[in-house]
Design a protein around this ligand. Structure first.
Ligand code: KIV
Ligand code: ZN
Length: 515
């Protein structure tokens, strides 16, 4: 008997999420993220859009081969060629789904597709029939459903159900819906569509008005049973509904929703941290559930209440979502076994050689910093092992700056494709001087579009985390660097971004075609 109260979590971090500016991931990073999503317990991983580029196809194939439990979904336009390509990409997955979509609002049909409603109905039916003929599960999305004529939406749903779709997704593509209205739409479809009882209704909400999570929860309350979400809510424009907020909404209010998911909530924080490390975008301090401040209590009255009983000002526990807090884990005298155990506890699998690299880095950091925290170790794993630079590597850096007359200048020595290059450059400040010298060494000069600096932990000896976004022609990438010297962190972030740019060019991850 299917459990009517079970909500399926469809994670689209690697597809819709990856479409957001600065969130492009390499194939290797996507596979690593997919493994973490499996550990998190998501039901479906939307691995990408295989027809978009050779790089996307390869990434979806690699994910399909890497995960076992979740269904792997490939996004395809309502075109036979896209569906063939999508099917090819997910061939190796244990459990497969083709996700095909077509716009159903008048605005999209007239201005984007140039098609009549009858043509759209025929195209949707043909696409679903073609996908179903491959013997896989088929999901159909009526793009811009929330702005579509409800009667036409009913007709579309009935045609695709008859053609073999078993999951019907009702997206709020442009974040236009309001919670009560969106819930009414789901109720209306469930009550009106012929065959509705045999399919699962899904929702996919964007956050343009900040209502993506509210709309998703309202739709689940009204009977939708699949939530399409992303970690930290990354996605097109203002993003998608955030996985952690939807899941914790359901978990925190069981009496109201009476719905369950298969998510291992203790993996939520490690998953969002890992994504943040990979895409180089820090979790904002005010982010619900995941932000640094989410469990911090500043006011005296609140602190007093918390000390008596945490439930006075906390509606969930930090432990429940996998935040262990600022626990001191290792110091100067800790051994390799302690580090090994900590790396595993943080959810990373690394080889013995890689453990040695991290161990050396921890020892060096312990010479300069008294307390080594979980966040420090995680930053070092990402920096030293998982993001080891390939094409460009820094060997030596010396920077001169201060309030003297001489302009700031930097000397860098780098390995550039196996060759040692040494360059000197001045700049308007120390970071500018370093970036100029690095550009000379690597022989390219991208624009620096964004530069952000944060302290990973508290204290004056905290490690600095720098995130940069660079652009070279049409290609943009982000880079992240962590060091207790902020100029070093800036240099590492810049070199990391250059390496990602090179990697992207190698993997031919091209801009997506128009959806
Ligand atoms: O926002 C949207 O409508 C989409 C579809 C492709 C599901 O991302
Ligand atoms: Zn979307």
């Amino acid at each position: 008997m299917p459990d009517d109260n079970r909500v399926f979590i469809f994670d689209t971090t690697l597809r819709d999420g990856e479409q957001s500016p600065g969130a492009t991931m390499t194939r290797e990073e996507k596979v690593r993220m997919a493994r973490q999503l499996e550990t998190l317990g998501v039901d479906i991983i939307e691995a990408g859009f295989p027809a978009a580029s050779e790089g996307d196809f390869q990434a979806v194939s690699a994910i399909a081969a890497a995960v076992k439990t979740p269904i792997v979904a490939a996004l395809c336009r309502a075109l036979a060629a896209d569906i063939d390509r999508g099917f090819e990409a997910i061939k190796k997955a244990e459990r497969r789904r083709i996700h095909t979509f077509l716009a159903t609002s008048e605005l999209h049909m007239v201005h984007k597709l140039g098609k009549t409603p009858t043509q759209v109905l025929d195209m949707a039916e043909a696409a679903v029939r073609h996908a179903a003929s491959k013997g896989v599960e088929v999901q159909f999305s009526a793009e811009d459903a929330s702005r579509s004529d409800p009667a036409f939406l009913v007709a579309v749903c009935e045609r695709v159900i008859a053609a073999g779709a078993t999951i019907l997704n009702i997206p709020d593509t442009v974040g236009y819906a309001q919670p009560a209205e969106f819930a009414d739409l789901i109720r209306h479809l469930r009550a009106t569509v012929r065959g509705a009882e045999a399919v699962t209704f899904a929702v996919h909400c964007h956050n343009d008005l900040g209502l993506a999570v509210a709309n998703t929860l309202a739709a689940l309350h009204a009977g939708a049973r699949q939530a399409e979400v992303t970690l930290s809510g990354i996605g097109e424009r203002a993003g998608n509904a955030s996985l952690e907020q939807v899941v914790m909404g359901l978990n925190t209010r069981p009496n109201y929703y009476n719905l369950t998911t298969g998510i291992v909530t203790e993996e939520l924080f490690p998953s969002c941290r890992r994504l943040s490390g990979i895409i180089g975008q820090p979790i904002p301090p005010y982010a619900p559930i995941m932000g640094r401040n989410a469990f911090a209590h500043e006011s005296g009255i609140h602190q007093h209440g918390i000390l008596k009983d945490r439930r006075t000002y906390e509606i969930m526990t930090a432990e429940n979502i996998g935040r262990k807090g600022a626990v001191v884990v290792l110091g100067k005298h800790s051994g390799r076994h302690a580090l090994d155990a900590k790396v595993k506890e943080l959810g990373y699998t690394i080889t013995d050689d890689e453990l040695l690299v991290v161990f050396d880095a921890v020892k060096q950091l312990a010479d300069r910093k008294q307390r080594i925290l979980d966040e420090d170790i995680e930053a070092l794993i990402l920096e030293k092992v998982l993001r080891r630079p390939d094409r460009y590597a820094l060997q030596y850096l010396s920077v001169h700056c201060g309030n003297v007359e001489l302009a700031p200048f930097a000397v860098v020595e780098m390995q550039v494709e196996g060759e040692t290059k040494r360059h000197y450059s001045a700049g308007s400040g120390p970071v500018d001087a370093v970036f100029n010298a690095v550009c000379q060494a690597v022989g390219r000069k991208p624009d620096l579009e964004e530069y952000q600096i944060n302290a990973i932990t508290g204290g004056t000896d905290a490690q600095g985390e720098v995130t940069v976004r660079i652009r070279d022609g049409a290609a943009t990438t982000v880079g992240r660097g962590v060091h207790d010297d902020v100029i070093m962190a800036s240099t590492l972030a810049f070199i990391n971004a250059l390496n990602r740019l090179a990697k992207k060019e190698e993997e031919r991850i091209c801009p997506q075609p128009q959806l």
